[in-house]
Design a protein around this ligand. Structure first.
Ligand code: AMP
Length: 283
């Protein structure tokens, strides 16, 4: 596995691979990798000939009050995981390599989509995500890019961006990978102390509760959201940011389960903000 820190190195390697007619897969990450990230690499290895993973904590998607400086980092452990899953190239740039002095161009979706759900409390987040993913697409020029359903709003927004900006790149969504007890794997789980780690189970429990209600025939999203909210609110260490049911493509709120519906939540456990969700395909 090769490690590149500059855009020029990535471009040279990708050009050589493309000359051989190889298909390139990209897995963008912020590092401190776990089995959720590994599942994206596994899928990329299955679908592509060469896999590029980026490890970059992107400053433009963090607001000043967020955890940019505290965000966990362990690049050598990341490399061990990536190599063991068959990744071919890791792109690990410094901030200065990605954002030149005076950089002033952003990619921003101007619909309501990035203002829903996480956008309500993280107003610049998706502008930062779209900008950095757009840059990674321009640097790596992959055939396919792999993203987790855990960040369902991010994936929906990136699908819109790819369509609007005519990126000839196929986005592949991969299922949420969970700990054995249900908690969705996240780099931010490392912030949790033992008591908080236990309390954090209310997120996945609420997901399973909501899914069960849908399976049993409930179609009223207000009832589903209310039951999930009650379950989370009973945990004293939990503070709800949102629990919402939205259209799976537009992210607009919906009142009944029809078409593709995303039921998503963000919940603070102590100071740590965690997300989880499930998608219902009602056909
Ligand atoms: P991050 O490093 O948190 O920016 O995540 C990088 C990619 O990994 C994103 O596409 C995430 O959706 C995905 N990802 C993170 N956690 C999980 C998980 N538990 N299961 C599946 N994908 C995940």
């Amino acid at each position: 596995m090769k490690i590149a820190t500059t855009i020029a190195e990535v471009r040279a390697q990708v050009a050589a691979w493309k000359k051989e007619g190889l298909r390139i897969g990209l897995v963008p990450t912020m590092g401190y990798l776990h089995e959720g990230h590994a599942s994206l690499v596994d899928e990329a290895v299955r679908q592509c000939d060469r896999v590029v993973a980026s490890v970059f904590v992107n400053p433009t998607q963090f607001s000043p009050n967020e955890d940019l400086d505290a965000y966990p980092r362990d690049f050598s452990r990341d490399c061990t995981l990536l190599e063991s899953h068959g990744c071919h190239l890791v792109f690990h740039p410094e901030v200065e390599e990605m954002y030149l002095p005076g950089a002033a161009t952003y990619v921003e979706i101007l619909s309501e989509m990035p203002k829903q759900l996480c956008g309500k409390t993280r107003p610049i987040h998706f502008r930062g995500v779209c900008t950095v993913v757009s840059k990674l697409f321009n640097i790596v020029t992959p055939d396919k890019a792999f993203f987790g359903q855990k960040d369902a709003q991010q994936l929906a927004i990136l699908r819109q961006m790819v369509r609007d900006l005519s990126y000839g790149i196929q986005l592949v969504g991969c299922p949420i990978v969970r700990e054995e007890d249900g908690l969705a794997k996240s780099s931010r789980n490392t912030y949790l102390n033992a008591e908080e780690r236990q309390a954090a189970l209310v997120l996945s429990q609420a997901v399973f509760l909501g899914q069960k209600m849908v399976e049993e025939g409930e179609r009223d999203t207000a009832k589903i959201v209310a039951a999930m909210t009650d379950h989370i609110a009973a945990q004293p260490l939990a503070r709800i940011d949102y629990v919402s049911a939205v259209d799976g493509i537009t992210m607009e709120p919906v009142s009944s389960i029809q078409g593709t519906v995303l039921v998503a939540m963000a919940v603070y456990i102590g100071k740590t903000r965690l997300i989880d969700n499930f998608i219902v395909e009602d056909v």
